[in-house]
Design a protein around this ligand. Structure first.
Ligand code: SF4
Ligand code: F3S
Ligand code: FES
Length: 245
């Protein structure tokens, strides 16, 4: 079976504007979009540029906008994108082309590769590291299962940027920290071993911080790790008003 990949291309050395190019590749319904991109790059056009590393949903490097929605190319299957139509006799015929473009809201460097620096800058700004109090312990810092559970969801983040670059507030206001930075702060604010919650909450209280969220839910829908971003954000808002609980 063949599918058509419609890919947004941009080469800063030769193009003034991005443009779309279509490629036809052979694919099985259970192939991943990353497989199709590799086929284009390895068999048709070696100049096609995109990031990927682990190919198993762990490194977070291949977030892209596929059929208008942020997803990881290595976790998105062809069969989930209407690229085939099943006929009455069970046979498959090619369906709609699959559109693939870079994630929005960050500068495009080339083809599907964006400049992640503004995203990482927002992440760094919330101090995403443990800030324990007291002197260095002689053994590990103890934590009960319930205390560990408190921030379990937000530890799953792989820094793929699918959430932040699906947020309409981030698109219109690049100064907004974005949902990932808020998730990154949540992971430490609710860690019982950490003493930096007040400092981080003060950072989130900025005019471009947590109050800019308009609860549009795009971030939760986009997260490939299933993190409930729109649950974490109000927990931090509540912590700002009532203190950490
Ligand atoms: Fe990616 Fe989810 Fe982390 Fe956002 S919260 S960066 S979507 S893993
Ligand atoms: Fe943006 Fe998510 Fe809030 S998409 S507006 S951060 S709910
Ligand atoms: Fe690592 Fe997709 S290549 S998450």
């Amino acid at each position: 079976m063949e599918v058509t990949l419609r890919i947004r291309r941009y080469n800063p050395e030769t193009d003034t504007e991005p443009h779309w190019e279509s490629y036809t590749v052979s694919a099985q319904p259970t192939d991943r979009i990353l497989d199709g991109l590799h086929k284009v790059k390895w068999e048709q056009d070696g100049t096609l540029t995109f990031r990927r590393s682990c190919a198993h949903g762990i490194c977070g490097s291949d977030a892209m906008r596929i059929n208008g929605r942020n997803r990881l190319a290595c976790k998105t299957l062809v069969k989930d994108l209407d690229a085939f139509t099943q006929m009455g006799d069970g046979s498959l015929v090619p369906g709609k082309p699959i559109s693939i473009e870079p994630i929005k809201g960050l500068p495009v460097l080339k083809d599907l590769v964006v400049d992640m620096e503004p995203f990482f800058e927002a992440y760094r700004s919330v101090l995403p590291f443990l800030m324990p109090s007291g002197s260095e312990p002689t053994r590990e810092r103890l934590q009960s299962p319930a205390e560990r559970e408190r921030f379990d969801d937000t530890t799953k983040c792989i820094l793929c940027a699918a959430c932040t670059t699906s947020c309409p507030v981030y698109w219109t206001d690049g100064q907004y920290f974005g949902p990932q930075a808020i998730v990154g702060a949540h992971r430490f604010i609710f860690d019982s071993r950490d003493a930096g919650a007040a400092e981080r909450l003060e950072i989130l209280n900025d005019t471009e911080g947590v109050w800019r969220c308009r609860t549009t839910f795009n971030c939760t829908d986009a997260c490939p790790r299933g993190i409930e971003v729109t649950k974490a954000i109000p927990e931090e808002k509540r912590a700002l008003i009532f203190g950490r609980s």
